[in-house]
Design a protein around this ligand. Sequence first.
Ligand code: UDP
Length: 253
Amino acid sequence: MSALKPAELLHEGKAKKVFRTNCPGVVAVQYKDDATAFNAQKKAQLAGKGLLNWEISARLFEALEADGIASHYLGCLAPGWMAVKEVAIVPVEVVLRNRAAGSLCRQLPITPGTVLEPALLDLYYKDDELGDPLLTEARLKLLGLLTPQDRSELERLARAVNAALQKRLEVIDIELVDFKLEFGRSSGGELLLADEISPDTCRLWNTSSAEADGEERILDKDRFRKDLGGVVEAYGEVLKRVQGMGPAPRQYQ
Ligand code: UDP
């Protein structure tokens, strides 16, 4: 652990805990082994998941930073722990879809796997009790959640993340099917990418899988949602490939 010391728990989410630290403006995030799906109706403990998502997220935040996309990520503290800038999370989940899957195919008559070009971008209101409802233009306005400028900035950043991640993952034979992003506002008022980027929040398909169309190619939380087994092994495969992108994630100083 670096000189930064986690203090009291500020917030516990489904997959991470956030702690105050001895450094103002910096919080410590610990990744948990808890797995949840279907708005936490399905729950399990998956030994090792927290460590895998921690390192995958750290490496992807660093890759995005190198591609010019800033985030709340500052560096790692110890296995499973990272230091991030304290931000006020914007209660809007941004979902980008390069192919149709999951809720999109349950809600609309679209065949799973259909390529969506350009990527479909949807906003959802981040509220577990309400089941993260889809936001429309009018609902966004009604709730006063984002100014038009913030909304454009958020969508611009989300599309930039999509382009950068797609390019990075393609090289390691992973297709980015869809993903969810969260953003936070820093004390300086800047909108920053926040939360995590991991197989819990992205659909990732193995393009070097022998079974190109089957469930074997799934390297993400759909293995848990659909009871396919091998969840931690699939996340491990993602980490192994992401490790090939560059050096170990930096230590927070
Ligand atoms: N997602 C997420 N958190 C949520 C909802 C969705 O990380 O609360 C991710 C999910 O893993 C997938 C993408 O966002 O990569 C699109 O999810 P979808 O709307 O299809 O919902 P699902 O059917 O996966 O619950």
